[in-house]
Design a protein around this ligand. Structure first.
Ligand SMILES: Cc1ncc(COP(=O)(O)O)c(C=O)c1O
Length: 443
């Protein structure tokens, strides 16, 4: 829709909304304003006017590539080579204040190298949230490592450290923190717990590039960390991955797994130099064009993260005033980022309507909202068959935190750009649906 027309539509919808809700509704406290039954405007679900008339296409566009990316890729086409990889690795390591970084062709290959670098005896167990991804765990299988599934904190959707404590066994050697949808795990608590039990801390930062805990960037807390640079991620290279290491030993071992041509660049005393030529199984080098794109994006990572969080606040500060609607929690000493979706929880008892009914009503109003359910890893066939593993990953039993998330979560798209009018329309749609929640709850 052309901008002018869209603005007019938005204003007239707003006038209708104010007329039908009554001007008195404006300025009242959240509790009063959204009391069920106040808004007499008919729901779009029942034939009333839609609250959302603006398209979200421009505001949700991702990745944001421009002239700089075009020129970087073109420069490689004109002058092909691998030099850009080293430059990217150096810039990435400097950004994080880390001594070692290795770029890979995707996040999975970065994670595979990291799991090889762990060098743990077969049968070692890694604590990890069942509510997370299989990407680090499927390759961990090659090296005899077995996941030990843990619940998540239902407010953050990140690993529940208290539950992890209960699941320790004599074989547990590591804990993998997966920072979910931009909200960092409680790395200070994880590191403290790991120290007490002599566990290695690993991080999967694929949803949280540039996020921090107590001012310290994710990916720098653990002994090793990996990132996906796939095109939906906070730092998109279309396809790509990165891993970081604190020690030369870990870096060389990880690098030798998937880079046949690099061992002779290690110092003379490296135990891995002799494997130059064969490496240890795979070729996991990043494509130089992905490295070129990622270099451009790294320069704008902070700017994009700040813009995403600003839009999230613009929206969520208003939405979370509605009864029963909360957002994914990040501690005040954390700097979260936004990845792909804005995740919110609907507490059905407090909202007075089911999540499914609320989502149906919101969708009818034109809000691109959806129910969000995640398949818990321990229920997937791969994690239930002993033949694929050193030993069968133990079924963790009931995971109340994960189940609660699956019963309450909804998702909105990540707004990557300033979109005040669109945010206004989305908020008004939520307010309208909430004002009818008694009626929706009864249906
Ligand atoms: C948390 C997490 N880890 C790892 C990966 C794997 O990354 P890639 O797709 O780049 O291999 C993903 C991809 O979606 C992910 O979400």
């Amino acid at each position: 829709m052309p901008r002018r027309k869209a603005d007019r539509a938005s204003q007239s919808t707003r006038r209708n909304f104010l007329k039908t809700t009554g001007a008195a509704a404006v300025g009242l406290s959240a509790g009063t304003r959204f009391a069920a039954g106040q808004n007499t405007e008919q729901l779009a679900l029942h034939g009333g006017p839609k609250a959302v008339t603006l398209s979200d296409e421009a505001a949700t566009r991702w990745p944001l590539y421009g002239k700089e990316e075009e020129e970087a890729v073109l420069a490689l086409v004109r002058n092909p080579g691998y030099g850009v990889i080293k430059e990217f690795e150096k810039e990435w390591a400097d950004f994080h204040g880390m001594p070692y970084a290795k770029a890979h062709f995707n996040g999975t290959s970065a994670l595979t190298s990291m799991m090889f670098a762990l060098d743990l005896p077969p049968g070692s167990e890694v604590l990890v949230a069942s509510y997370s991804t299989w990407f680090p765990l499927v390759p961990a299988r090659f090296f005899g490592l077995v996941p030990r599934f843990v619940d998540v904190d239902p407010r953050t959707i990140n690993i529940d450290v208290e539950d992890a404590k209960k699941r320790l066994t004599k074989n547990t050697r590591a804990i993998l923190a997966v920072h979910w949808y931009g909200v960092p795990c409680e790395m200070d608590r994880i590191v403290e717990f790991a120290k007490e039990h002599d566990l290695i801390v690993l991080e999967d930062c694929s949803h949280a590039h540039g996020a921090a805990v107590k001012g310290k960037l994710v990916g720098t807390w653990g002994r090793m960390s990996a990132f996906s640079l796939q095109m939906g991620k906070p730092l998109p290279a279309i396809e790509g991955g990165m891993a970081m290491y604190h020690t030369r030993e870990d870096f060389e071992r990880a690098t030798v797994y998937g880079n046949y041509d690099l061992p002779n660049t290690f110092p003379a005393d490296s135990p891995y130099r002799k494997y130059h030529g064969t490496a240890f199984g795979s070729k996991l080098r990043i494509h130089p064009m992905a490295a070129a794109l990622a270099r451009c994006q790294l320069k704008r990572l902070k700017e994009y993260n700040t813009a995403g969080v600003a839009q999230l606040r613009r929206l969520n500060d208003r939405l979370t005033q509605l009864p029963g609607l909360t957002e994914q929690y990040a501690r005040p000493d954390m700097d979260r980022v936004v990845y792909a979706n804005n995740l919110l929880f609907i507490d059905e008892a407090k909202a007075g309507m089911s999540r499914e009914a609320a989502v149906a009503a919101l969708r009818a109003e034109g809000v691109p909202v959806g129910v969000y359910k995640w398949v818990l890893l321990h229920t997937m066939p791969l994690f239930q068959e002993a033949k694929w593993w050193h030993h069968l990953p133990e079924n963790p039993g009931e995971l109340p935190g994960s189940n609660q998330v699956n019963k309450t979560l909804i998702k909105l798209p990540h707004l990557t750009r300033e979109a005040p009018e669109l945010v206004d329309q989305w908020v008004r749609a939520f307010e309208k649906v909430w004002a009818h929640r008694k009626q929706i709850g009864k249906a």
